[in-house]
Design a protein around this ligand. Sequence first.
Ligand SMILES: [Zn+2]
Ligand SMILES: [Zn+2]
Length: 162
Amino acid sequence: MILRVVEEVLLTLLIVAGACGGIWTHRDARRRIEDPFFLWTATLLGLVPVLGPLLYALLRPPETLHDVQIRRLELRELEVGLTERGPFCHACGSAVKADFRLCPVCTTRLKKPCSSCGGLLQPNWLSCPWCAEPALEIPPVQADLDAALTAETAAAAAAGGN
Ligand SMILES: [Zn+2]
Ligand SMILES: [Zn+2]
């Protein structure tokens, strides 16, 4: 009689454990598995009391579908960001704005203003596309510095002469 009761209790426990495992496995699998065949295979496995859910937990895909989707979106964003990256300094690679005349980081000249209309020209353009004026070579900064130094030396010499 007692044996019978124990047997019934154990059987009930097994059924409850199986049902709980099945429900848990199904709910978890729905978040991780897209394919209905594998989803229901996992659910069936989950119905095996105790061992089923354990086995499922070992074999289930590590990422939920939500995680996978987020990862894909992040990857896409990264790709788009790489391909649609704005203009950058060809010397140091810093991001610059399209209307910058020089790179604020390394002071490389990026654009030169047209001597006639003031439009910003690429350094390799030979003519202004807006006013058709030939693009004039801008004297490099070094030359200006030399001229300034020469003028200063001359001024100093003149001052010394007096
Ligand atoms: Zn730069
Ligand atoms: Zn121009």
